[in-house]
Design a protein around this ligand. Structure first.
Ligand code: PSV
Ligand code: MN
Length: 432
């Protein structure tokens, strides 16, 4: 079987060639349809092509559940190979120019080499993610009963030091943010003092915050439950916002879509955090039951659209301090991670484009006039319009693939990786 490099500009151009005529015709048709609504398609296409989302380094390996992990062929074996896979996603979609690293999952011995490798592949480094929810082999104090909120001062100090190490690592790579998610909490009522754990959290976080460079942001990620099943210290956006406000202006709240109770109105949380000027960013994914970490837009695309609707509102209103960092945070257990991540990045662009084509003046009028039905329909019309030609055109104009999945499959990239990266069979339990 022949292999082609899916990142090669000539390869992408030849893969796009057969789509040219159909795309031009579809784009023109959609342009006419939108023009009748007073919307200029090229402006939407321009905005979509500027949309960026970071790829999580942990997302390019096959994920798993606590019941097991079924590795796919040709998985990346180190952070350099992860970047190779990220560059395939980036070149084919034109939407993912950065990678978000997770320490110590990503083992980095040579920072200048990694930074150069990223630059050579056209990739930058987004937020650094710390990990104090697992113990590492060489670690002195265990996180079994907590990290930043542990009752033992030495354990807290160790967790603080790890976060500061993540900042130092990020500085060497050109990152500008640290995402702090902790699994700390209680599994039983009575296990911990609900107030004092939060106070200890703040005390630890103040030390991390003090180590943040001036041009960095800290993203505080909340999660309702798991691994703590009774009470998680930073369980909701209320705790997250309180912490961000106490820490200072560089601290922001990060919304992972999977970290809420079922049916929670996440777009409402987004609107509140915009109001508070503390929306730092997102971990996009989708879910049916809990923190499923399924591909963005695969289960509830309307909810994703409603989140983007709030983002577009904030963008148009030039909301102060509004510069959300978009990241994916997914676990690809049964699909090729590269395919899932490309699809997800495109689903985010889709939701963004759908939100951009909502007739805002009409929506505003219907709201003011309490015409509930027309307000709902105006909003829904954005969601039900097929914006695929806009997305494809945005990709085509920047030299990315019109059909990224087909171009990727045809290149034989995965099969080549299966040869060049002989896999290790893992039969143990696995997590993302
Ligand atoms: C926790 O479930 C989380 O969403 C955090 O972002 C972690 O860093 C990530 O998942 C690890 O997979
Ligand atoms: Mn997350």
């Amino acid at each position: 079987m022949g292999f082609a490099d899916p990142r090669d500009a000539n390869y992408i151009a030849s893969a796009n060639q057969p789509h040219g005529a159909n795309l031009a015709s579809d784009y023109q048709h959609l342009g006419e349809l939108l023009a009748r609504r007073g919307i200029r398609i090229d402006e939407v296409t321009r905005a979509v092509s500027q949309f960026k989302v970071a790829i999580p380094s942990w997302g390019v390996g096959t994920g798993g559940t606590r019941f097991g992990r079924f590795p796919g062929p040709g998985e990346p074996r180190n952070v350099f190979e992860k970047l190779e896979d990220c560059s395939v996603i980036s070149k084919l979609t034109g939407a993912t120019p950065t990678v978000s690293l997770h320490l110590p999952w990503d083992k980095i011995d040579d920072y200048p080499a990694l930074r150069e490798h990223g630059a050579a592949l056209g990739l930058g480094f987004d937020a650094m993610n710390s990990n104090t929810f697992q113990d590492q082999a060489d670690q002195k104090h265990s996180y079994k009963y907590g990290s930043l909120t542990h009752t033992d001062a030495a354990t807290r100090a160790q967790a603080v030091a790890h976060n500061i190490d993540c900042i130092d690592a990020g500085r060497k790579l050109g990152s500008k943010a640290l995402t702090v998610w902790i699994g700390d909490g209680a599994n039983f009522p009575g296990q911990s003092h609900l107030g004092r754990t939060f106070e200890r959290y703040l005390e630890s976080q103040r030390q991390i915050y003090a180590a943040l460079p001036d041009d960095w942001r800290m993203f505080i990620e909340h999660k309702m439950y798991e691994p703590a099943f009774y009470a998680t210290v930073i369980q909701d956006w209320g705790s997250s916002l309180m912490a961000a406000k106490e820490l200072g202006p560089k601290a922001f709240c990060l919304v992972d879509l999977g970290h809420h109770a079922p049916n929670v109105n996440i777009e409402m949380i987004v609107a509140r955090l915009v109001h508070a000027q503390r929306l730092g960013g997102f971990h996009f994914n989708d879910s049916k039951y809990g923190d499923d970490d399924l591909d963005a837009g695969s289960i509830e695309p309307f909810r994703l659209f409603l989140v983007f609707n709030e983002l577009v509102e904030a963008e148009l209103a030039k909301a102060p301090n509004f510069d959300p960092a978009h990241m994916l945070d997914q676990s690809h257990n049964v699909t090729d991670p590269i395919e899932s991540l490309m699809t997800s990045a495109i689903e985010l662009q889709r939701a963004y484009a759908q939100a951009l084509i909502v007739d805002r003046p009409a929506l505003h009028e219907h709201r003011l006039g309490n015409d509930v039905l027309m307000a709902a329909q105006t909003l829904k019309r954005g969601f039900t319009t097929d914006v695929s030609p806009i997305l494809a055109q945005a990709r085509s104009l920047k030299g990315a693939a019109v059909d990224p999945i087909a171009a990727y499959r045809k290149s034989g990239y995965r099969a080549r990786c299966a040869q060049s990266r002989p896999g290790k069979q893992s039969l143990g339990g696995g997590i993302v």
